[in-house]
Design a binder for this molecule. Structure first.
Ligand code: FEO
Length: 403
C-alpha cells in the first residue's frame, strides 16, 4: 500500500506521520504527533529530498516505490542529516544501489559518523552550487545551525519550491492535510509551530536571520519543510513569525506569570497579581505552574509574550529547582529582550528573588527587571497588598509604554 500526496505535477510528498512517539528528541511532548516529510521529484532524473525517521521507514519505502512506479532512483538530496530525517538513508541506498547522495561536506562527515556507507556515491555541494535534473534546476544554499551545522536548503528555480529542511517546520501530525491552506494554522497549528521553533531552533536566531535574508532574494512559490504543513500561500504570516522569533522580539504585549509553589501560597500570590493586572485593563495574562507545565511550553510562551513574572518559593536557600531549570533553558535558548517582574516567597530566609534577578542580570542578555518586587513570608497577607499593587502598576505601565 501507499500514502502519498501530490505537491506539484511532478513532485510528491512521500513522508509519514507518527502519533506513537511521546517525546520528540526524547525531551519535548508531542501530543499532536509529528510528521517526517520527504519529497520525491519525477524529472528526467528521479530525486528524493531527504528521508524520514527510522520509525516510519517501512511505510516510507512503500511510498517511494509507489511513486517511482518501476523507475530507478537517481539522487537523494540530504538537506539535513539529523536522524529524524536521515535515519532511513541507508535503507534507501541498499534498495537503490545506483542512487547518488547530494549533500554538504559536514553532512557526509556526520553520515559516516552514524555508520552510513556513502563511499563513491557522495556528491558534495557548496553554497550556490547548481544542478539540473532535466526540466528542474536547483541551487543549494547553506543553512548552518538551522538547526545543525551541516544543514542546507535546496531551491528549485524552475518552479519556486524551497526545500527548507527544519526551517518553517512544526510539531503535529498532518493527518492527511498536507497544505497550510487545508488547516486553520493560526488556530490549530501556531502554538506547536512556535514550540517547535523556540525549543529546537530558538538558540540559533542570528543563523535564522541569515537564512531569512537569503530567502528574501528568491521568488518562493512553495515551502516544503521537513515537519508540518507545506506552505503554498500566506508566506508573509510565516516569515513575520520567524523574523520575530529569530530576533527575540515578542509577538504580543502580554504577561506570563510562571510560579513555583510547594503548598499553594506562592500560587495564591501569583493569582492575586494576575487579578490586579487584569483589573488594570491588561487582559492578555497567562499563569503557569512550572511544576506541571513542561518547560517546552514555558519557553514557547516566553518567546510569545513581552512580560514575564517569575514567582518562586525559596528552596534549600535557592531557587525552586523546576523554576531554575526553566531559567537554565531560557539561557540555553539565548532568549533575550523581555521585561521581568519578581515575586518571591520564603518562610525564614527568602532568597529566590535575589537569585532570580542575579540570574537575569548576569547570565542573560537584554533582560529588564522591574524594581517593584513582591516578597511573601510564608503566605500572602495585608502587608503584601501594596507590593502587589506596585508590581501590577509597574507591569501595566511598562506594557503601555509609560516611563
Ligand atoms: Fe527535524 Fe533538526 O531535525
Amino acid at each position: 500500500m501507499y500514502c502519498v500526496r501530490k505537491v506539484t505535477d511532478d513532485l510528491y510528498w512521500v513522508g509519514g506521520n507518527d502519533h506513537r512517539l511521546e517525546l520528540f528528541e526524547n525531551i519535548h511532548p508531542i501530543p499532536r504527533g509529528v510528521s517526517y516529510n520527504s519529497y520525491l521529484l519525477l524529472d528526467e532524473k528521479t530525486v528524493l529530498f531527504d528521508t524520514v525517521d527510522w520509525s516510519i521507514c517501512r511505510e516510507f519505502l512503500q511510498n517511494v516505490e509507489h511513486v517511482l512506479d518501476g523507475r530507478d532512483l537517481d539522487y537523494v538530496v540530504i538537506n539535513h542529516m539529523e536522524p529524524d530525517h536521515g535515519g532511513s538513508l541507508e535503507e534507501i541506498l541498499i534498495r537503490y544501489p545506483n542512487a547518488q547522495v547530494i549533500s554538504t561536506e559536514k553532512s557526509f562527515m556526520i553520515m559516516r559518523q552514524f555508520g552510513f556507507n556513502v563511499d563513491d556515491r557522495d556528491l558534495e555541494v557548496q553554497e550556490g552550487d547548481t544542478m539540473s535534473f532535466g526540466e528542474h534546476n536547483v541551487v543549494f544554499v547553506e543553512a548552518p545551525m538551522v538547526h545543525w551545522p551541516e544543514a542546507m536548503v535546496t531551491f528549485d528555480t524552475t518552479n519556486g519550491v524551497l526545500f527548507s529542511a527544519d526551517a518553517f517546520g512544526s510539531f503535529g501530525a498532518l493527518d492527511g492535510k498536507l497544505f497550510n491552506d487545508e488547516v486553520n494554522f493560526d488556530r490549530d497549528w501556531i502554538d506547536d509551530a512556535r514550540r517547535y521553533y523556540t525549543n529546537i531552533v530558538g538558540k540559533y536566531g542570528p543563523f535564522v536571520q541569515n537564512l531569512l535574508k537569503k530567502a528574501s532574494t528568491i521568488d518562493i512559490k512553495m515551502i516544503c519543510p521537513l515537519h508540518g504543513p507545506v506552505w503554498r500561500n500566506d508566506f508573509g504570516y510565516l516569515l513575520d513569525k520567524y523574523d520575530k522569533w529569530s530576533r527575540y522580539e515578542p509577538e504580543e504585549k502580554g504577561v506570563m506569570i510562571a510560579y513555583a509553589s510547594m503548598y499553594g501560597n506562592t500560587e495564591y500570590a501569583a493569582q492575586a497579581l494576575a487579578t490586579k493586572i487584569v483589573e488594570r485593563g491588561v487582559t492578555n495574562v497567562h499563569v503557569y505552574d512550572v511544576s506541571n507545565t513542561h518547560v517546552s511550553y514555558l519557553i514557547s510562551e516566553t518567546f510569545r509574550l513581552s512580560h514575564v513574572v517569575l514567582s518562586s518559593c525559596t528552596y534549600n536557600l535557592g531557587i525552586y529547582p523546576v523554576m531554575h531549570n526553566y531559567l537554565m533553558d531560557m539561557k540555553a535558548l539565548n532568549l533575550q529582550n523581555r521585561t521581568f517582574g519578581i515575586l518571591e516567597n520564603g518562610s525564614w530566609a527568602p532568597k529566590a528573588g535575589d537569585l532570580m534577578e542575579e540570574f537575569l542580570d548576569e547570565e542573560m542578555t537584554l533582560m529588564d527587571v522591574l524594581s517593584e518586587r513582591v516578597t511573601v513570608s510564608s503566605s500572602l497577607n495585608e502587608m503584601n497588598e501594596s507590593e502587589l499593587d506596585n508590581l501590577a502598576d509597574a507591569i501595566v505601565d511598562s506594557i503601555n509604554g509609560v516611563e
